[in-house]
Every structure is written in C-alpha cells, then in structure tokens.
Design a protein around this ligand. Structure first.
Ligand SMILES: Cc1cc2nc3c(=O)[nH]c(=O)nc-3n(C[C@H](O)[C@H](O)[C@H](O)COP(=O)(O)OP(=O)(O)OC[C@H]3O[C@@H](n4cnc5c(N)ncnc54)[C@H](O)[C@@H]3O)c2cc1C
Length: 440
C-alpha cells in the first residue's frame, strides 16, 4: 500500500487530507499527517483573540476531529530526504526523533513572520501569527494598563501607553482596530489612565493602507482608524528598534515599549527539505499542478509554495487560496497514482475583507466592487463564521460575539503568557524569547 505523508496542519494540509480521504479507498493508500500542533488555527479571527473579543480556544479545531482515517503525528518535521523518500521528525511532547518513508509527500508548512534583519527588531517585536502570539499580545495590553496605572514617571508612562503596529496590510489594520476596541472597552477599570493617554500608531511603508487593493479600501480604513484616535503614518518604514522605541526611515522616532509586527512573512526553515527549487520570496517553486519539479513524489501548496497563476505571476499567500489548492493537489495525486494526467490549479479570487472593529469593515468583492462600513462588517462576520470549521466552534464564537455586546472585555492578566515560550514558530521567525520583566 502506498503512503502519502502531509507535512503541516493548516488550511492547505487539512483541505488536502480531507479530499484524499474522500477519493482514496483504505486499501489504496495510507494517509499520515505530521504537524507541530494538534489543532488548526483559524487565522482570520486571530486579531480578535489578541484583543480579548474571542477566547483563544474558540478559533482552533483539533486536527483529529477534522480527519477520519488519516494517522496524525504531533511532531516537528526536521528533515525530508528526497533521495530515500524519508521524513524525519521529532515528537513535540517526547522529544524522540523518528523517520517515516513516503511514496508521496505534501509540504504545507506555511510561512513565518519576517523582520527583514532590521537592527534590533526581532528581539523586541510582538508578532501576530500563532495562537500563542495572540495570547501574549492580549496579556501585554492588560499588563501595560496595569503598569501605567502605577507608574508616575511621565516619560515612561507615555512610552508604555504608546503602541505601534508596523504593517498596514490586513493583519496590521485588523489588529489596530481591535486594539482600539479593547482599550475602549476596558478603560473604565483604569481610572488613572484616560483614553487620551493611549496612543496607537499604525506605520505602513506603502502610500496607503491595504496596499495592493483598491485605494478606496485603504483610504476608508485610514479615515476610520484616525477618527477613532489612531495615528496613521503611511509612506514610511522602520529602520531599527531599540529598548525605548522605533526609528523610522524618514528620521522620525517613536518612543514605545510595544511594537506589533505584521510587516511581512518569509518561508519557514525550508533547508530541512534539501535543495528544492525556490520561487517568490524563497518559497518552494512548484509547477501549476503543485508538483515540485525534479523531485518525484514531492508536492507543495499554501503559503510555503509559489504556484504559477498562468498570467506570469503567482497566487497570493492567503487562506482563501490554500483551502482551494488542497483539493486540487489531492486530485492530482490521485490522478498520478492512477496514471491519469494532472490538472493545473486555477482560481479567481473572491476578493478580500478586513475588519476594522467597531462594526466597520472594508470588502473587495468580485468585479473589484468595494463595500465599506457596517454592511462590509456584517459580510465579514457572516462569511468567516461560516468558514470556521466545526459547528461547536461556530457556536462558541457566535456566543463570544453576543457576550461582547453586553459585557466589557476580560482584563485578567494571565501570567501564563508573560514569557514568550521558546516555541518552534518563534524560532522559525528568528524572534527572541521575550520576558516581560525585561522592562527597565
Ligand atoms: C492574523 C492573520 C490574519 C489572516 N487573515 C486572513 C484572511 O482574513 N483571509 C485569508 O485568506 N488569509 C488570511 N491570513 C493568511 C492565512 O492565514 C494563510 O495564508 C494561511 O494560513 C496559509 O495556509 P497554509 O496551510 O499554507 O499554512 P498555515 O495555515 O500557516 O499552516 C502551517 C501548518 O504547518 C505547521 N508547521 C509549520 N512548520 C512545521 C514543522 N516544521 N513541522 C510540523 N508542522 C509544521 C503549523 O503548525 C501549521 O499547522 C491571515 C494570516 C494571519 C497571520
């Protein structure tokens, strides 16, 4: 019996495994999925976890609950040897290293946060890519309020209450909107911290927010965030960071203790896969059918792959694409096992949406039609709720949203997040482990 091994447990991996389960009989192939976490993360709702609007557990779905007969291994992939068709992995919990052979291997390990080797940045920033990042950030916001409530030194207080988000793409815009909502919601608990003491700055290198999308979306987002007190800086980038703040390329300096980094992604440590062909931004270059050329039995999809779009470019790294790539990749593996021709991945984007918080959003719909405001926000919520895997998760999120209408957000400071665990994801991104006690 053939063995198909899927590496990763995100959007592309689950979509591929589910389709392979449908298409292949139990006697035709053994399916194995190796991922470093036993859940898949619904990233579009991550900014709401960082602001405490949603509970951390409500946007993850256990991998075992999503698959019927795929064998799941909770482990970090260490090496893929294409010559011997072997994957080596280390169990996340036991630390034991083992190997498994494959007939077909599918690489869907996503991307990691990139700080572009800017001086001082990786050691100091907070990313928003993993569940742990979102939990750490939420705790950081509460921790800042608690500290500002007791600090008397005006300069230090100002640094504590200035928060900078770097990167005005979807994640940065959504995180900023959610931060505003959090501080608005819990302000009443901190009588010594007025709303005007808190400054949230959003820095984007491009001319407008949400670069790459219709300008109207970025302009609306900037106007809405500014109206809610955010300082939006466009056309300026980060040069370096130090313990007391950020230096921008224009020479501008922002004194802050908290930098949220959503300015870019890079491929994860792909050297573990040997000498693979590289595509956009160092990701794995694949053919249109998602096969890695020159490496028989090897396939890649999602954020870690450059898939040609047939028009000279590549498909963007989004969940929207990853969940469509998975089934096509699975169909292509089935076709190749049965000696049939494979098909290229072809997909036209349905558009993009970004929630701004406060019941506002921007949405690009098919035909480049743009929606803004409440209608876009309603669409955002309905669409993403419908895409969240599992009825129980849908109900939990809907319940969180309902409670939020009535109650303020939780301000419990959870020490469990005060030290950024030396997780594999942080190590991939080159982010240093951080300790809140580092504050002088
Ligand atoms: C905050 C945020 C908001 C977003 N919002 C949207 C949105 O609204 N719409 C949209 O379309 N896209 C959105 N995205 C982008 C989207 O999350 C990604 O494009 C998508 O997750 C890519 O899917 P993937 O399967 O390639 O990778 P991922 O979903 O990142 O999955 C990678 C998997 O690989 C596992 N893994 C990694 N390395 C290893 C290893 N060495 N060993 C074992 N397992 C490993 C990880 O644990 C994970 O399970 C957002 C991203 C973020 C961070």
């Amino acid at each position: 019996m053939r063995r198909i091994v899927i590496l990763g447990g995100g959007f592309a991996a689950i979509a591929t495994a589910q389709r392979l389960e449908q298409r292949l009989g139990r006697q035709e192939a053994e399916l194995v999925l190796i991922s470093r976490e036993n859940f898949s993360l619904f990233t579009p709702m991550l900014p709401e976890v960082s602001s405490g609007a949603l509970d951390v557990r409500h946007i993850v779905t256990p991998i075992r609950a999503q698959l019927r007969r795929t064998r799941f291994i909770l482990a970090d992939v260490r090496e893929v040897d294409p010559q011997n068709r072997t994957v080596t992995y280390t169990h996340t919990l036991t630390g034991m290293t083992e190997s498994i052979t494959y007939d077909e291997v599918i690489i869907t390990i996503g991307a990691a946060t990139s700080t572009f080797n800017l001086p001082g940045v990786a050691e100091r920033v907070f990313a928003l890519k993993t569940l742990e990042d979102a939990g750490t950030l939420r705790n950081r916001f509460i921790w800042l309020l608690e500290l500002a409530d007791t600090v008397n030194d005006d300069v230090e207080r100002k640094r504590l209450l200035t928060l900078v988000v770097v990167g005005g793409g979807f994640t940065g815009v959504e995180a900023t909107g959610e931060m505003v909502e959090l501080f608005h919601s819990v302000g009443r608990f901190y009588p010594h911290v007025s709303r005007d003491d808190i400054e949230i700055v959003l820095v984007e290198g491009g001319k407008t927010l949400l670069p790459g999308l219709p300008a109207r979306m970025g302009e609306y987002s900037a106007r809405d965030l500014e109206r809610r007190g955010v300082r939006v800086i466009t056309g300026d980038g980060v040069k370096s960071a130090d313990d007391d703040g950020l230096q921008l390329a224009s020479g501008r300096r922002i004194e802050t203790r908290t930098i949220v980094w959503s300015a870019g992604v890079k491929p994860r440590s792909l050297e573990i896969f040997g000498d693979l062909p590289r595509g956009k931004g160092g990701t794995i270059a694949v053919d249109a059918d998602m096969r890695v050329p020159g490496f028989p039995g090897m396939w890649a999809a999602g954020d870690c792959a450059s898939i040609p779009n047939g028009e000279g470019g590549f498909y963007p790294p989004t969940a929207q694409h990853a969940i469509r790539e998975g089934p096509v990749l699975a169909d292509n593996i089935v076709a190749s096992l049965r000696g049939k021709p494979t098909k290229p991945f072809r997909y036209t984007s349905m558009g993009m949406m970004a929630s701004l918080g406060a019941r506002k959003a921007v949405a690009q719909l098919p035909g480049n039609f743009v929606l803004t405001g409440f209608v876009a926000w309603f669409l955002w919520r309905s669409y993403y709720l419908s895409r969240l895997p599992g009825l129980d998760r849908k109900l939990r999120v809907a319940f969180d949203w309902t409670l939020e209408l009535v109650f303020p957000r939780d301000i419990s400071e959870l020490r469990v997040y005060t030290r950024r665990a030396q997780s594999s994801a942080a190590a991939d991104a080159g982010l240093a482990p951080r300790d809140e006690e580092m504050l002088k």
